[in-house]
Ligand binder design. Sequence first.
Ligand SMILES: CC(C)(COP(=O)(O)OP(=O)(O)OC[C@H]1O[C@@H](n2cnc3c(N)ncnc32)[C@H](O)[C@@H]1OP(=O)(O)O)[C@@H](O)C(=O)NCCC(=O)NCCS
Length: 203
Amino acid sequence: MPSKKVMIIGASGHGKVIADIIHQSGDKVMGFLDDDPTKKEIHQIPVLGKIEDIQKYKNDFCFIIGIGDNQIRKEIAESNPALNYYTAIHPTAVIGEGVRIGNGTAVMAGVVINVDADIGEHCIINTAAVIEHDCIIGDYTHVSPQACLCGNVHVGEECHIGAGVTVINNLSICLKCTIGIGAVVVSNIEKQGIYIGNPAKEK
Ligand SMILES: CC(C)(COP(=O)(O)OP(=O)(O)OC[C@H]1O[C@@H](n2cnc3c(N)ncnc32)[C@H](O)[C@@H]1OP(=O)(O)O)[C@@H](O)C(=O)NCCC(=O)NCCS
């Protein structure tokens, strides 16, 4: 199959990690779009314009939103629903049978997503995170490096699960929650907010 040509929206640290995944997958990064005029190129890949220039390239390339902020990713995706979105999966990720990964999601190096898990659109499943069997992750959610969601955990839209967080199996976390680095979630979280510590409590 001929390689895909991809434009990355956002030329920051997260965008460059996505560029690396795309290259390691055998596809080609054509450029970045970013509103910061001081950004010219990353690793010889040019910044070809601002985010509004999506329109100029929309018929030629696939796109992925390489911006870590969940809300900004959501705003850009909702303003551009008809783009051909690229799903970036690092070749070292282990993806189980029956797993669904939504359009525009990025799955980083060393991730494990186990059998029948369901990952939404425009999510970030960051380096070495573990998403166990039957988990459901809502759109625009970011699961940070080395977080571990045990089996059948449900996470709502636009959550940020911090680095190294552990969530006990069969729990639910409602939409737009932030779980701080290293927290251990031992009961359902039903109210939007920031939760920290072991056991995790609202901050
Ligand atoms: C929880 C979090 C969102 C809080 O951010 P914040 O509101 O800016 O909080 P602050 O840094 O001002 O800290 C406020 C207090 O909470 C404490 N705190 C912050 N994060 C904490 C955490 N994860 N666990 C325990 N305590 C924490 C701070 O020590 C501070 O305590 P103090 O008031 O006694 O001094 C943030 O610290 C965090 O953990 N973010 C996740 C980051 C992450 O995973 N990044 C990975 C990106 S790939």
